[in-house]
Design a protein around this ligand. Structure first.
Ligand code: ADP
Ligand code: MG
Length: 687
């Protein structure tokens, strides 16, 4: 048995179960070993039936007194099977649905071990679908509860996991014995064993601690190497140190804010040095990051280099293209556009111009990093809204030139401690000041203790929207996000569009959602941009970047389903023009947290403050969901809660990289392999 063996070598895993397991990301025995329980059932203490309590899962031994088997009720419905089970102290009713087979397996008069959570039914405790087994086969330990998919039961999962236990002792350890001892960690084998079958709580904690340490080790070493590669080991391109950027800055119709000036200076210092720039610009929506990017691109142009500006979606890329054409073209810069949906001939022409240097600034989507795209002399790479791009993609983009400067822009404010880790390979600039004269967006929370109150508020809100429409303005309506199910999202968005079309006679209500084809989305956005659509109903696809200054109202339906940071992002779509703008949060749920969130939104427009409050309200796990930030998934480690472990790991990482900066040594091979697999298939440390 080997970690790399396919799961199909296991007993009871045929093609069907293997397919189901793949849905959980489990392909090999090694994957199985590292798929940890999401919780545990404590079956160590056998309970008397008289001591069972509502909602407290417990294990007990009882004799089956009576079985009332399921007969048919009218209409072909089966009745549930009910049993009365007792011990010396009392009895309890057990209920099973759709379980005719039970009558054959469970015999009255026999004793079984049961596990389940009692609930109250008409004043009496009962247990629905308890787990049961014969006394001989019962497990009185702490049992793992694994994540499941359809086609795999908890029992299957436990059996499957049991079979790979022999592997625990022969796993590749990414930590050296030194590191383990210095940090008082348990062995890998001990950790894995106690994750799957903990002997007690203390041992489980030791196990978790060790594995969290491992995860941070992989993450931080990976980021540290990326950073070393990008800045220290390689020289970058130095632009001309001649203040040529002033020409552009002086031509702007406004003065830069203090924050914009500071960031621009930091960027210029990077650009004129021969150290490769690797910088993140963080700033709230509307803080004026785009102009900073333009100044940098203008600087590249003046120094004779090409620039790339990559956006996560086609809509955004198009918008950049229009904006850059409007601003940079006037200074003699030729601006190009490249996307995946272009016609072949068009694309060929752009590629030729990139290669011969007749396009100096190009914007687009992932199409910009395809292998056949060649540049004449790429000097600056800008990615917008970086949380959509992973570290690996960032590296691929920068490999397009001779080590060009890299600038990353994000409008997702992150508390500073975390920024250091999330963007470990980047220097950070913050645009923490809005341009003057910006009117605060008036925000109103609509909530109520019952449905009719909420409906009333909602009605008033749409009356208000209609008035704004009558004034010639436009509005966004964000349809609720329902349980991550795209189908449901679309359904609710369609319903809202129909409702509003009825309501706003004489106005055009458009719809854009995630499952639409790119061309279709673009078309609708275009119409909204031109003012030919008055109200745009959308799922969260509009979250990033869209700029329609004439839109003055943002209505967010079921706002309780969004996190604060997301609400803040959405609200940032309005208030982009000269007119006063409004945001309505229609809170259909009634939880305290969602009301609190709405109050924070009403009171503040400061993205950093909102991010901190979000952290307090939701806890870090949800917000700093690592995937969002282009950082690979961590299973156990939590970027906000485990800062102490992260500190310890930092010391170890420094120690290892000092000795072996690119992990070439044999002893570091397991660590290197884990880094490459954690960061994804495009990621290699052999740069
Ligand atoms: P971000 O990308 O940070 O969300 P933008 O770059 O789109 O913000 O800027 C928002 C708006 O503010 C744009 O219309 C831009 O022209 C304007 N703007 C940027 N900087 C200034 C400034 N210093 N003074 C006045 N207006 C500005
Ligand atoms: Mg922007």
């Amino acid at each position: 048995m080997n970690s790399l063996d396919s799961i199909t070598v296991l007993k009871g895993v045929g093609p069907k179960k293997a397919d189901a397991l793949k849905k959980l990301g489990i392909y090999t025995l090694g994957d199985l070993v590292y798929t940890f329980p999401r919780g545990y059932e404590d079956r160590r203490n056998v309970c008397n039936i008289a001591d069972l309590r509502e909602n407290q899962a417990a294990v007990f031994v009882g004799t089956v007194e009576t079985v009332v088997s399921s007969g048919y009720r009218g209409g072909g419905f089966r009745r549930p099977t009910k049993m009365l089970v007792s011990d010396d102290t009392g009895s309890i009713e057990l209920v099973f649905f759709n379980s005719a087979y039970l009558a054959k397996t469970i015999k009255s008069g026999n004793q079984y071990v049961f596990y389940g959570k009692p609930t109250l039914n008409r004043g009496k405790l009962q247990i629905i679908h308890p787990d049961f087994s014969g006394i001989k086969y019962a497990d009185f330990g702490i049992l793992p509860v694994y994540p499941l998919v359809s086609g795999i039961s908890q029992k299957d999962m436990r059996k499957i996991h049991k079979q790979v236990e022999p592997l625990y002792g022969s796993l590749d350890d990414i930590l050296s014995q030194d590191t383990i001892e210095r940090n008082n960690l348990c062995s890998l084998e001990y950790a894995i064993r106690n994750m799957h079958a903990p002997e007690d709580k203390q041992k489980l904690l030791e196990a978790k601690y060790r594995l969290i340490f491992d995860e941070f080790m992989v993450l931080q070493t990976g980021l540290a190497i990326a950073k070393n590669n990008s800045s220290e080991l390689k020289k970058g391109i130095a632009f001309d140190d001649d203040n040529s950027e002033d020409e552009y800055i002086n031509s702007l119709p406004y003065n830069l804010t203090g924050a914009q000036r500071r960031c621009t200076n930091q960027i210029m210092a990077d650009l004129v040095s021969d150290k490769r720039m690797n910088r993140l610009v963080q700033g709230d929506v509307g803080s004026g990051k785009t102009v900073i990017a333009e100044i940098a691109m203008f600087k590249a142009f003046k120094s004779g280099y090409q620039s790339v500006m990559m956006a996560p979606t086609e809509i955004l890329a198009k918008q950049h293209y229009e904006e850059l054409t409007a601003t940079l073209s006037g200074h003699g810069v030729s601006v190009g556009f490249l996307s995946g949906s272009m016609k072949a001939a068009e694309r060929r022409e752009v590629l030729a111009k990139l290669k011969d240097g007749s396009i100096q600034v190009v914007t687009g989507t992932h199409a910009l990093i395809q292998p056949d795209v060649e540049y004449k002399n790429l000097g600056l790479v800008i990615t917008d809204e970086q949380h959509r791009f992973g570290v690996a993609q960032r590296m691929r983009l920068k490999d397009k030139g001779d080590n060009p400067n890299v600038l990353v822009m994000t409008a997702t404010p992150i508390p500073r401690t975390l920024a250091v880790i999330l963007y470990g390979d980047l220097d950070v600039s913050v645009v923490d000041e809005l341009p003057p004269g910006r009117k605060a967006i008036e925000t109103k929370l609509i909530s109520g203790s019952n449905q009719s109150q909420i409906e009333e508020g909602r009605n008033r809100c749409y009356n208000f929207v209609e008035k704004q429409l009558a004034m010639g303005h436009q509005a966004y309506v964000v349809a609720p996000l329902i349980d991550e199910s795209e189908v449901m999202d679309i359904k609710s968005a369609i319903e809202i569009q129909e409702e509003l079309s009825q309501r706003f006679k004489g106005y055009k209500v458009g719809l854009v959602h995630g499952a639409m084809k790119q061309a279709e989305k673009d078309q609708i956005m275009e119409l909204f941009h031109k003012g030919q659509i008055n109200v745009l109903v959308a799922t969260v696809v509009i979250e990033v970047g869209i700029n329609v200054p004439n839109a003055t109202v943002m209505v967010i339906e079921n706002s309780e389903r969004f996190g604060l940071a997301q609400l803040h992002q959405l609200r940032g779509r309005v208030g982009r023009g000269k007119d006063k703008s409004y945001c309505f949060l229609i809170n259909a749920g009634n939880s305290e947290v969602s009301v609190q969130r709405g109050k924070i939104m009403e009171a503040s427009s400061d993205g950093f403050y909102i991010a901190e409050e979000d952290l307090k309200l939701r806890g870090p796990g949800e917000i700093f969901g690592t995937r969002q930030h282009g950082i690979p998934d961590l299973r156990l480690a939590d970027l906000a809660r485990h800062l102490d472990v992260m500190e310890l790991v930092k010391t170890e990482v420094a120690r290892i990289l000092e000795d072996d900066p690119t992990l070439k040594k044999e002893e570091n091979k397991p660590l290197k392999m884990r880094i490459e697999s954690l960061f994804g298939k495009d990621y290699t440390l052999d740069l």
